[in-house]
Design a protein around this ligand. Structure first.
Ligand code: AOF
Ligand code: ZN
Length: 381
């Protein structure tokens, strides 16, 4: 059954608990790769009142799965409960038994999911298995929100590349940086904290060598309570020019750093990076430059699903040109960069983002205005 079932009140209740499951699943975003961060909530009706008896989110590194955690928490109370799961329960024997079987064994009374899992090992087999056991299944509840929550997984499985989110700040005079000036504090403190939250919710951060050289960034997540949520840091560096003295390389044994070099990069520089603990990847060239599609393919094969791009302007432009951007977070600030040579960004309007993306969320961050743009398909349903 697709969409809601029952009375308007039943439909509304399904949407409410699915929203809760999505919010719970969002907690481990960035920590579960190569798996999606799924949320599961078990609801039992006690004396006519719906009561949450178990909750689960996919564990670090992808295991345990969300359903197993929720079932374990509910214990006996799982029996007859309604299970709200943000993605179709798995049907394959992976690093554990299938979640579809776990729900059947726990004898839940009904299963509600947000969407099917296109992973070929699942692909509607999870739903079918549960239904075949005589348990009613409803799917498609808050499907659009789930497609954004699981965008990394869906993109890896169906397009062999990660979900790509561009993030940058634009000054009042339309600049997104100042050439050669190092880090320019374009955005305010709240926006910078928000950027760290975004880092925590992604599997990897991608920058071009220009940004790495100009800014010597750390690209870590430095927020209280989120300090260990630093994503994999990835640099596109055709000539292996990243200095071994950079912040990135010096911290490579603490938080992973991956560098994409061209096959013709100077071997002694590649060796120096490798010895410093950097993971080296060789990427194809396209018209002399590193082929961004190949980089994204390799990242997805490594298991990385959600990629945040933090600069610079050339990398952003290259990704947009190749139609490889799925989401953009733009922070507009009242700051004026001034007369220095600026990297101007041909401005997306507040409603229309770069590359045909559309505005999905807008919020004030101190004196700054953040707008999130997504592919229109994420807003449907
Ligand atoms: C679920 N619940 O919480 C998640 C699921 O390698 P495995 O065995 O862990 O399986 C990974 C696949 O399981 C992954 O590709 C995706 O299809 C699904 N993820 N499924 O039932 C979960 N994270
Ligand atoms: Zn599972």
């Amino acid at each position: 059954l697709r969409g809601g079932v029952g009375t308007p009140a039943d439909v509304e209740r399904d949407r409410r608990f699915m929203a809760a499951a999505l919010a719970f699943g969002w907690r481990n975003q960035g920590l579960t790769w190569p798996n999606p961060s799924v949320g599961a909530i078990l609801v039992q009706t006690i004396g006519g009142v719906p009561v949450v008896v178990g909750r689960g989110v996919t564990g670090h590194g992808g295991r345990p799965h969300a359903e197993a955690v929720a079932i374990a928490e509910a214990g006996e109370a799982a029996r007859g409960a309604t299970a709200y799961v943000t993605l179709e329960p798995c049907a394959h024997v992976g690093r554990g038994p299938p979640c579809a079987d776990a729900l059947i064994t726990a004898r839940v009374g009904r299963v509600v999911t947000a969407m099917s899992d296109p992973d070929p090992r699942v692909a509607d087999a999870g739903h079918a298995r549960i239904a075949a056991a005589g348990i009613p299944v409803t799917t498609g509840v808050l499907a659009a929100a789930a497609s954004l929550a699981h965008a990394g997984h869906l993109s890896r499985v169906t397009r062999f590349r990660p979900h790509v989110c561009l993030k940058f700040a634009v000054s009042a005079d339309g600049a997104i940086g100042r050439q050669g000036a190092g880090q320019v504090p374009i955005s305010g403190a709240l926006s910078r904290a928000y950027a760290h939250v975004m880092r925590a919710e992604h599997d990897a951060i991608l920058v071009g060598i220009g940004t790495a050289l100009a800014d010597d960034p750390q690209l870590t997540c430095r927020l209280p309570g989120m300090m260990d949520r630093t994503p994999v840091r990835v640099v596109i560096d055709a000539e292996a020019a990243l200095p071994v003295t950079s912040f990135l390389v010096r911290s490579a044994r603490e938080h992973p750093v991956m560098v994409f070099v061209g096959s013709d990069a100077p071997p002694e520089r590649v060796a120096a990076l490798f010895e410093a603990g950097v993971a080296i990847r060789v990427a194809d060239r396209l018209a002399g430059r590193i082929d961004l599609a190949d980089v994204l393919f390799q990242l997805s094969q490594h298991g990385l699903g959600r990629i945040m791009v933090e600069g610079g302007a050339r990398l952003a432009a290259g990704l947009l040109e190749a139609d490889l951007v799925d989401e953009a977070v733009i922070v507009r600030t009242p700051f004026v960069v001034g007369a220095d040579p600026v990297v101007a960004f041909p401005g997306p309007t507040p409603e229309t983002g770069p590359g045909g993306l559309v505005a999905a969320e807008r919020r004030r961050l101190g004196d700054d205005l953040m707008t999130r743009y997504v592919r229109p398909s994420f807003l449907k349903g």
